[in-house]
Design a protein around this ligand. Structure first.
Ligand code: IMP
Length: 167
C-alpha cells in the first residue's frame, strides 16, 4: 500500500479548503477527466461545500502506444468561454494527455485554466505543465485504487496500491 485511506482523505480535505478559498469569488467550472477521477472528484467536491461551482466532465481515450495521441470521447456539456476552469485529473505521468486537454480547452477561451491532480508522477514527464494543486508526488511506480485502474480493474479500492503491471 502506498497511500492509505486516512492520508488520502486528509489531503483531499486540505485541497478542498485551499481551492474553495482561491476560487471563492470566481464560481468556477470544475472539469473532471473521466474515468479515473471519479472517486477523487467526489471526495474533493464534498471537501468544498461552501464553493459555488459547476461540475462538468470530459472523457478521453488514448490510442496508439501512448505518445499523447488522445481523442475526446465525451465533450463538456456547456461552454467554458469566459469562465474560470479548474481541470481535475487523477494522475499526470508523461504529461502528454494533459497537454492535449489543456490545448483543447484553451481554444475555448476560458477566463482562466488551472489544474488539480491527485497524483504527480514526475519521473517520466516529457512536457512542462503548470500543476497548481498536487495531492501527492509519487515515484516511478504504477498505482491502482481510489479511481485508478489497471485494465479497468481496482478502481474501487479505498487506498492507493503499487502494482506490477504486466510487460
Ligand atoms: P500521461 O499522458 O503519460 O501523463 O498519462 C496519463 C494517464 O495515464 C492517466 O490519466 C492514467 O490514465 C494513466 N496512468 C499513468 N500512470 C498511471 C498509474 O500509475 N496508474 C494508473 N493509470 C496511470
Amino acid at each position: 500500500m502506498l497511500i492509505g485511506e486516512a492520508q488520502l482523505q486528509q489531503r483531499v480535505q486540505e485541497l478542498g479548503r485551499q481551492i474553495a478559498r482561491d476560487y471563492a469569488d470566481h464560481e468556477p467550472v470544475v472539469v473532471g477527466v473521466l474515468r479515473g477521477v471519479v472517486v477523487f472528484l467526489a471526495d474533493l467536491l464534498r471537501a468544498m461545500p461552501e464553493l459555488r461551482c459547476e461540475v462538468d466532465f470530459l472523457a478521453i481515450s488514448s490510442y496508439g502506444s501512448g505518445a499523447g495521441v488522445v481523442r475526446i470521447e465525451k465533450d463538456l456539456e456547456r461552454s467554458i468561454e469566459g469562465r474560470h476552469v479548474l481541470l481535475v485529473e487523477d494522475i499526470v505521468d508523461t504529461g502528454l494527455t494533459l497537454r492535449f486537454i489543456l490545448r483543447n480547452l484553451e481554444t475555448r477561451r476560458p477566463a482562466s485554466l488551472a489544474v488539480c491532480t491527485l497524483l504527480d508522477k514526475p519521473a517520466h514527464r516529457l512536457v512542462t505543465l503548470p500543476l497548481r494543486y498536487i495531492g501527492f508526488s509519487i515515484g516511478d511506480v504504477f498505482v491502482v485504487g481510489y479511481g485508478l485502474d489497471l485494465d479497468q480493474r481496482y478502481r474501487n479500492l479505498r487506498d492507493i496500491w503499487v502494482i506490477d503491471p504486466p510487460d
